[in-house]
Design a protein around this ligand. Structure first.
Ligand code: ADP
Length: 486
């Protein structure tokens, strides 16, 4: 018999997205369902969800959420995706905003309140609907309080008597830290505010709450799973994680080939497969036209689609640009995020208008075109928990050039490796290492036969969800077993 699983996530495709979490929360549910689980997903009802115009009904249900100093009502809406119900927590004061978490200038000031509200509303709906889940699968700091609630305020609720919690860490650098003076917003007992609980160097830390109180923890690749237990990558939580290493598992994200497959993708001008790549040239032409660059068969097109954040290696890229621009390449970048990076890249594009084009936007359709129309895909990340774009790139015959970190290291093998690899990989986080690797790729691009082989090797790989979903079900089983023992 399959588990009843509630997935609580702060974003999910096709409803709202800023990054990889949305891809996972949108496609893991359907994969779990295929394996016999009953899955229900919870997401905030952002302005973005409303604007998508997807079919969403008002359930008529309103639940009260105790926010420490006041009780706030949540309205519950319901939509579906591939047969999976998605409940939306509506409170316009919190979620009817232009962005999900903050503007290019920084985070919203009331994120603690917003996501405490979301987390508790999820539990209140489970109560109201008597869902009795086996598992509540939480994701990142936004839902990190849920495991703490189940061990404290909701401990005696019969509806949760058999519920175990699992926390997935998609990015440990974002922890949801807030001044201790706001602790009462959570409504949790003060006895939990100590270094063994939610306290982190005097602050309240929501991700830590999830790590400490969940029955199992996962992260999104095996490489990142080891990395986050070290001081270099753990962002201060390495000690807490190491203490729970027996309950911590790295599961590489799957990808949804119903959305990301050049053979069927409806967002690109021509479809293609590993045996007939001819459609890729039409995609390439359209991409260069969109970005205002000249097409030339001999000149490789290097694409990037990225959040503009320090993590993504924008600094070493900017430093490398003068030398990269000496090469016969076209570089197209689609990105949005920190104001300073937006300005830096826009200024560089003005300096090299023949070879570099930057679009500051978050645009799903265009991201598919960059994947399909580029010859190479660049991800010079400082750290990368999983990374999805390199996996999409492999499927699109777009050879990834990545830094060897986290999920990038797990999924990309350098072409010099035995068997020929599937991309290009550099180790040192520096502009020199980046430039050196791009030069190797540009060099190999001239050898049409070797290049075609490299493309085909990547296109034949399979990162679909089935395996990953099975591993999640194993972790759910372990979490339940642990719960029964306590
Ligand atoms: P992260 O979650 O750290 O941003 P991932 O590689 O795991 O990185 O996932 C990023 C996802 O967000 C991919 O699906 C990618 O295509 C998408 N994405 C990132 N930036 C943009 C953008 N500017 N426009 C459209 N999609 C984007």
């Amino acid at each position: 018999m399959g588990f009843t699983v509630v997935i609580a996530a702060s974003e999910a495709v096709p409803f709202a997205k800023t990054g990889g979490l949305a891809d996972v929360a949108g496609s893991l549910p359907a994969a779990l369902k295929r394996l016999g689980c009953r899955v229900i997903v919870f997401v905030p009802y952002y302005r973005e969800v409303a604007q998508k115009g997807l079919e969403i009904e008002d359930t008529g249900l309103t639940v009260p959420v105790n926010m420490g100093r006041r009780t706030v009502m949540a309205r519950i809406l319901l939509g579906h995706d591939r047969g999976v119900p998605f409940y939306f927590i509506r409170r316009d004061e919190y979620f009817d905003r232009e962005y999900l978490y903050g503007t290019p200038e920084g985070d919203y000031f009331d994120n603690l309140e917003r996501f405490t509200f979301f987390s508790r509303a999820v539990l209140e709906v489970i109560k109201a609907r008597r869902l009795s889940p086996d598992i509540i699968h939480c994701n990142d700091w936004q839902t990190g309080l849920i495991p703490a609630y189940l061990k404290d305020i909701y401990r005696e609720e019969p509806v949760f008597s058999k519920t175990a919690t699992v926390l997935s860490i998609h990015n440990i650098a974002y922890q949801g830290q807030f001044p201790a003076s706001f602790y009462d917003v959570t409504g949790l007992g003060l006895y939990l505010f100590n270094p063994e609980g939610l306290e982190f160097w005097g602050n309240l830390n929501l991700l830590k709450a999830g790590i400490v109180f969940s029955d199992a923890i996962t992260t999104v690749s095996r490489g990142y799973c080891s990395e986050i237990q070290t001081a270099e990558y753990g962002y201060g939580l390495e000690g807490v994680l190491s203490r729970r290493k027996n309950e911590l598992t790295g599961i590489l994200n799957g990808v949804d080939y119903a959305e990301w497959d050049p053979a069927t993708d409806e967002l690109i001008p021509a479809n293609y497969t590993a045996t007939d790549l001819s459609g890729k040239s039409a995609c390439r032409r359209k991409l260069l036209r969109e970005f205002g660059l000249k097409a030339k068969a001999s000149r490789p097109v290097i694409g990037m689609v990225t959040r503009l954040a320090g993590q993504k290696g924008i600094d070493i890229l900017a430093e490398a640009i003068p030398e990269l621009m000496q090469l016969d390449i076209a570089l197209v970048i689609l990105g949005s995020g920190d104001r300073s990076y937006q300005e830096l890249l826009t200024a560089l594009a003005k300096r090299y208008p023949e070879k570099l084009s930057v679009k500051i936007a978050f645009n799903g359709g265009l991201s598919h075109l960059v994947e399909a129309g580029s010859d190479m895909f660049l991800m010079p990340s400082k750290y990368e928990p999983c990374g999805l774009n390199q996996i999409y790139s492999l499927k699109y015959g777009t050879v990834p050039i990545v830094r060897a970190t986290g999920g990038l290291d797990d999924t990309v093998k350098d072409f010099s490796e035995v068997g020929g690899g599937n991309g290009f990989k550099f180790t040192t986080f520096s502009s020199d290492a980046l430039t050196g690797k791009v030069k190797e790729a540009v060099e190999l691009f001239r050898d049409k036969k070797a290049w075609a082989e490299l493309q085909k090797r990547g296109m034949s790989e399979d990162f679909s969800w089935d395996d990953a979903a099975k591993k999640y079900i194993e972790v759910y089983g372990q979490a339940k077993a642990r719960l029964l023992k306590t």
